[in-house]
Write a protein that binds this ligand. Structure first.
Ligand SMILES: [Zn+2]
Length: 113
């Protein structure tokens, strides 16, 4: 009986494989995002990855952008304008009166016929 020879010949545990810890990390870049509230946060991206235009602010949750002077979400700060407000902005009061007078004249003209 030659029992044990097969076990002795095995190499269990003889040369443990170690992960290569000296491999170089992928190149990265740090990008700063700014939110409308003035928070800044640094986000790390792999160098070969396209940067997202916006990043959720880690402090207030608002969308943050790459341009500090013009963060996303600013547009909401502008008060809502009605269509009439835009019309008034475009035309001076004088123009408005002229248009109104013209319209009245047409109505009178039509009535006079
Ligand atoms: Zn914020």
């Amino acid at each position: 009986m030659s029992s044990g020879s097969a076990i002795r010949g095995s190499r269990i545990g003889s040369s443990p494989m170690r992960p290569d810890e000296r491999s170089e990390p992928a190149p990265r870049r740090e990008v700063t995002y700014w939110c409308a509230a003035g928070h800044s946060m640094e986000v790390r991206f792999a160098a070969d990855v396209a940067l997202p235009e916006t990043w959720d602010c880690t402090r207030c949750g608002q969308p943050a952008g790459l341009d500090r002077a013009n963060p996303p979400g600013r547009m909401r700060a502008e008060p809502y304008k009605s269509h009439l407000a835009y019309v008034k902005e475009r035309r001076s009061d004088e123009d408005g009166e002229a248009i109104l007078a013209e319209a009245l004249a047409k109505v009178r003209q039509r009535r006079g016929e």
